[in-house]
Design a protein around this ligand. Structure first.
Ligand code: HAM
Length: 433
């Protein structure tokens, strides 16, 4: 039996988005979709439930995400399934399932819930939203630059201040093998001081120690050799080209030699955008990504270069400047008496087809109550239809917020047929850009 109090709360680490939070969420999502489309990306929709092997084999059995954080279970037929912890492996699965390896490149964006069983805290949830972008079949370093530039533009457009782009290269497979030897020799000296997880990973997956969340491991990792010194000529050139592209676009970045990212499928470029979460808190990643040239082949397809990234929408909601996010202005249409209600209904319907505003028709209470309700909704103005206005084909516009040439509380009578043009003129500044 479920305790009664459980019926009135969400599962730990999961939350509803209500009111302003939902509006901010919609706004961020709309901006991201718009920008991704402008860069030529198309929407792809993937299931939230996948075969567990898709993540276990590609993200890496030794990663925190796979070893500790997956929501996995057996279905009634005994299939091992998991709620997706991220979208890249699913996107490559979709590429293979839909037989698209011969129609490359594919530029995809997706958004939706991801699930990780981590310890919930500010900015870290068990169900969170990502907006992901995958450019599959992208070989040149310029693709990495374009993708990073898009992310930079999106974050700037959302008013995120103090965002830092951290950039690294973990090179190709050969470079990583050479680096692994050096790293192993270094960490082996501190074997007994490493956390139990890192001791276990020492031989199997040495690079993972670099992104350990344990403070003791992080201290040791600070003195570790840099992967940038182990890059072979090809990998070095690739990384230099990415840096040069970012410099050309004047996108500031910091090289972070410890940034190997928490998933195993990456090679060459890795990056994260980090930003402090208000009240002097520590920095948190609001987006991250990189190149994954080996993943399509690893999942059974042909050799296919690719690069991608994902934004954490929940974290961007915490970090963005909410005041700068404009939602569509609200206009209410009010009828004074019952005789005018059908005119009001028709006017509201007509305005919805002509104006980019939310047009609301309050129907309860008298005019005073409806005006009060309009103000509560945050309406920019109320259009009022009384007997006289209807007879003359007019409507009275009462400004509930100031507009150019019309102070708050002022009224103007206008021709009903011109109402849409009048509103667009008056509220142009409030329309989200
Ligand atoms: P990721 O770094 O694991 O990369 O996640 C991307 C973003 O999701 C993070 O930067 C963060 O903003 C957000 N995020 C991750 N975990 C949580 C959480 N528990 N609560 C709230 N937000 C979270 C990936 O998932 C890769 N698939 C990105 C990628 C795409 N690489 C190539 N293509």
């Amino acid at each position: 039996m479920v305790a009664a109090e459980k019926l009135a709360c969400t599962v730990r680490g999961m939350r509803d988005l209500v009111g302003e939070d939902a509006r901010v969420f919609d706004h961020i999502l709309a901006r991201m979709q718009e920008m991704a489309c402008r860069y030529g990306y198309e929407h792809i929709e993937m299931p939230v439930l996948e075969n567990t092997a898709i993540f276990a084999r590609t993200l890496g059995e030794e990663t925190d995400v796979v070893s500790k954080e997956m929501f996995s279970f057996e279905d009634r037929s005994g299939n091992a399934l998991s709620l997706r912890p991220e979208g890249t492996a699913s996107a490559v699965r979709a590429l293979l399932c839909n037989k698209l390896t011969q129609t490359l490149p594919q530029r995809w964006f997706y958004y939706g819930q991801m699930f990780r069983y981590d310890r919930p805290q500010k900015g870290r949830y068990r169900q969170f939203f990502q907006f992901g972008v995958e450019y599959i079949g992208a070989k040149a370093p310029l693709s990495d630059v374009e993708l990073i530039a898009m992310a930079h533009g999106i974050l700037r457009g959302l008013g995120l201040s103090s965002v830092t782009l951290r950039l690294n290269s973990i090179g190709d497979k050969k470079s990583r093998q050479a680096y692994r030897e050096k790293l192993l020799a270094y960490f082996a000296r501190y074997r007994n001081d490493l956390s139990p997880d890192s001791q276990r990973r020492l031989e199997e997956n040495t690079l993972r120690i670099l992104d350990s969340k344990e403070e003791s491991d992080q201290k040791i990792a600070e003195g570790a050799p840099s992967i940038l010194d182990s890059l072979n000529t090809e990998s070095r050139k690739f990384f230099d080209d990415v840096c040069q592209g970012l410099e050309q676009l004047q996108i500031p970045y910091e090289q972070d030699r410890l940034l190997v990212r928490g998933l195993d499928y990456y090679d060459h470029t890795t990056f994260e955008f980090t930003c402090p979460l208000g009240d002097g808190g520590s920095s948190i990643a609001v987006a991250g990504g990189g190149r994954y040239n080996g993943l399509v082949k690893q999942m059974g397809g042909p050799e296919t270069p690719a690069v991608g990234l994902a934004f954490g929408i929940d974290r961007i909601m915490l970090a963005c400047d909410r005041g700068q996010l404009k939602s569509a202005p609200i206009v209410t249409v009010l009828f004074v008496g019952e005789a005018e209600r059908l005119n009001a209904l028709a006017l509201a319907e007509d305005l919805r087809s002509r104006c980019p505003f939310a047009i609301i028709l309050p129907v309860d209470g008298d005019l005073t109550k409806r005006l009060r309700h309009s103000a509560k909704l945050g309406a920019a103005c109320a259009l009022i239809l009384g007997e006289a206005e209807c007879a003359a084909g007019q409507v009275k516009c009462k400004f509930l917020k100031p507009a150019p040439g019309s102070p708050e509380g002022s009224e103007e009578t206008i021709t009903a047929a011109d109402a849409s043009g009048f509103l667009i003129d008056k509220l142009a500044d409030a329309i989200s850009k």
